[in-house]
Design a protein around this ligand. Sequence first.
Ligand code: TXE
Length: 487
Amino acid sequence: MSAVSYADVGGVNVSTWHYIDGARVPSPDSFPVLSPIDQREIAQVASGTAAEVSLAVSAAEAAFDDWAALGARGRAEYLYRLADLIDANVESLAIVECEDAGMMLRPLRAYVAAFGAVNFRAFADMALAQTETGWSYNGSKVRVQRMPAGPVGIITSWNAPIVISTWKLAPALAAGCTVVLKPSEWAPLTCSMIADLAGEAGIPAGVLNVVQGLGREVGEALAADERLTRLSFTGSSRTGRAVGQTAANNMVPCTIEAGGKSPLVVFADADLDAAAKTAAFQYDDAGQMCIAGSRLLVEESVAAEFLTLLGKHTDAHVVGNPRDPETTVPPLIHPDHLARVSGFVERAVAQGDTLLRGGRSLGGLLYEPTLIKPRSNDAEIVQEEVFGPVLTIQTFSDEDEAVRLANSTRYGLAGMVFTRSADRAERVGRAIRSGIVWVNAFNLRDASAPFGGRGMSGVGREGGQYALDFYSDLKALYIKEDTTYED
Ligand code: TXE
């Protein structure tokens, strides 16, 4: 690979080598990173192999005992410093995430990039607040202890790299684990910046390692490394399955966060304008959100009115360059992904679904906000995750049918319900089978709450104590209270 170990991305220098044992490490080969904005090559990034993965896992293994021994208080000092450094570098992180992942610069600057800091502070605080429980049992004291699990592997996706990587890194590090992170090859650059900030925060060498490269090479080697004690994955259901199988082979607990096909259910008694506004918001980030409510389910009696309101809010979207503050629908991540998204729409039309709006590429990787009325609930466009600015709309006649449709896919990450009835909110909120339900809201995220899905949406829960427990081994320690031992 080239001797140049950094790329100039929008005026920000980003290291393109791996970060292993506190140092930058090259590989013989590299892969190109294209900006979704104009498909220009913005970096050549070190393309790792099993050799670099092995080096990184060795470093994480060697660093583990000292990091674990620091305790929650000692680790929190480092994590707070890292959070402060992320805050101090929000502008650079925002610029690079915009160029690299095509995410909108305005929200990145305003709050999205800062989520990295929010995550490190929140999980450091939660780890500090943990207390050991204990009680007397049969002449002994039993105590439940949390032991950091060991070195862990984290594999992340291209959408929202800062938010998703720190959402996993923060609880792992706060719990006392050391980490090898493999970012997505389609948007690997801000994870590299976070590694540098971790170094600047003084986090000891080997505690946080980043190996860049392709899924088939680095992802597979990382998942298969038997020295890892946990695997945490965000990406497609298909890869999630493969990672889960490898984890099962090694008897390693894993969390898999694999997107969804979440319902957004609108009852006739809802604030229809608010519901339509939230429905149109699902086109934000070009629909590349795992929690997107991409299936609109609307009570028949208000469907016409809802469609008009949805049209009004969709008209307000600006499809364009994510650097432009007015843009709300940025480009899709990659030409392959554009082909995938438009393929879904073309097949839907060919199979007899009705295109109500959009359905065209707008040049580059831009794609129109698209609305489809499927011919049946079995249609591919209803059942499969598109991960683009494509929504379907279906109607229902009563609450039972709404719940049946809401629960009719293999996924189960999120659900949204719009109603003014508190009783219905309770009933339908409970009946929707998914990891999260928002009533009259969308994307409220408390770091203390569980996050994750069922079925093809994944395995396990992230967030709060659930994440800290995942990265810990629970131990029941019995110590006899009476010290006079019999023999
Ligand atoms: O996912 P992949 P991609 C969905 C969405 C999208 C589709 C494909 O529908 O269109 O997934 O996205 C690494 N062993 N979501 O291609 O391939 C890979 O390098 C180990 C949902 O990005 O699953 C990357 O780092 N690792 C979603 C990560 O896995 C492997 C987020 C995810 O890649 C590997 C993104 C292998 N064999 C996409 N192959 C969400 N849940 O939010 C690849 N990887």
